[in-house]
Write a protein that binds this ligand. Structure first.
Ligand code: NAD
Length: 354
């Protein structure tokens, strides 16, 4: 079997991770690297066998006709890349979370993909961590009884972290579809960030199987004292009829079950999570095994995220799936007060203003 030819666009932190791990997998060959900033290309190319490099993604995609079009650009560069991926005829499009920053952009992406046979994957790769997997195993084995609630907490802001919280908690609920969402938000500081978000958003989700989702993301979230590192202070888990199980992104996991308390180690690390993520891309292409980070799952989570922002701006329950396009960021800009956020952790002040 020939190798799948890969073009990676956006050679920042995540682009380099992707290029490195495609290069390390025998099923893939990196044939092109692209970044609008040419300074990013030389070193990255040398590390992955010196493929073609350039600054124009559309031109490179047209010329190279890759099997895999992978883009890891900032979150405000999305539908234009999806269009390039679709037009170059790639068999698989892989891109970074969040799916988009607004429902308008997300719907545009969905529409572009609806006419394409391409397989599509969104990088929620923390789930490959052994501590994330251990929590999934405890829940699936029935040790916490019947799941009633899933939840996620993070101190990083929504465009960075909420996508992760929602995806893994939905995995813990077997990706059952959400039916409505309701939320509140505070703080406008990060609305002007490239990962544009309210400083703090908290909300409730109803899932079709009656399970409740509860999320808090940003500077007002409660501490996760199990973890030292600020970005790793995330708690994601499930409460069942006979216990609970939760993962701490930066420091292991814990379950309280009828059989006793279970714990284990694990810490999110890109070099541990990427190989499995990349191998699952090969498995989808080679033998049709659908990738756990498939667009369908990611888009359902994206709608929860946008529904939360929309509810925070407008009030009330938002029905899912979303039927119409909106710019939730502009709506929040108008709706939120200018009051600075009351942060939970001293460390959060540098991110969310004084
Ligand atoms: N899955 C994860 O664990 C994880 C972790 C960090 C970041 N991310 C996500 O990955 C994405 C990228 O984040 P990052 O930290 O690597 O960002 P980054 O700023 O380090 O890199 C982005 C790169 O894209 C380039 N770029 C911008 N526009 C471009 C265009 N039109 N064509 C080609 N290149 C372009 C920039 O020059 C830059 O080099 C974001 O969506 C972010 O949310 C995911």
């Amino acid at each position: 079997m020939g190798k799948y030819r890969v073009l990676v666009v956006g050679l920042g932190k995540r682009g380099k991770h992707h290029a490195t791990h495609f290069h390390a997998n025998a099923r893939f060959e990196v044939v092109g690297l692209c970044d609008v900033n040419p300074d990013k290309l030389g070193e990255a190319a040398a590390a992955v066998g010196d493929p073609r490099t350039g600054t124009d993604a559309a031109a490179m995609a047209k010329e190279l006709r890759p099997d895999v079009f992978c883009f890891t650009t900032p979150p405000n560069v999305r539908s234009e890349m999806i269009q390039i991926g679709v037009e170059c005829g790639a068999r698989l499009i892989a891109f970074e979370k969040p799916v988009a920053l607004t429902s308008g952009e997300g719907l545009k992406i969905k529409e572009l993909l609806s006419g394409s046979p391409a397989k599509v994957v969104v990088s929620h790769q923390h789930r490959y961590g052994k501590h994330y997997q251990a929590v999934k195993d405890v829940i699936s084995s029935g040790k916490i009884g019947k799941v009633r609630t899933v939840y996620g907490v993070a101190h990083g802001w929504a465009a960075h972290m909420l996508s992760h919280l929602i995806d893994y908690s939905m995995w813990y609920n077997d990706y059952t579809r959400p039916t409505w969402v309701m939320a509140q938000a505070a703080g406008k500081h990060k609305l002007s960030d490239v990962h544009a978000s309210p400083d703090y958003v908290g909300g409730f989700v109803q899932f079709e199987n009656g399970v409740r989702g509860i999320y808090e993301c940003g500077g007002g979230a409660p501490d996760v004292p199990e973890v030292q590192r600020w970005w790793g202070k995330n708690r994601i888990g499930a409460v069942g009829t006979e216990g609970y199980a939760e993962v701490y992104t930066g420091n292991g996991w814990k379950a309280v079950t009828r059989e006793g308390i279970l714990t284990g180690d694990g810490a999110m690390a890109y070099d541990q999570d990427m190989p499995g993520y990349i191998q699952d891309l090969a498995d989808w292409l080679d033998r049709g095994k659908v990738h756990p980070c498939c667009f369908e799952n990611a888009y359902a989570g994206f709608e929860v995220m946008m529904g939360m922002l929309r509810s925070a701006a407008r009030g009330g329950q938002v029905t899912l799936p979303l039927a119409d396009a909106a710019n939730e960021l502009e709506e929040l800009q108008r709706a939120l007060s200018g009051a600075p956020l009351q942060v939970t952790l001293e460390e959060s002040r540098k991110e969310y203003g004084p």
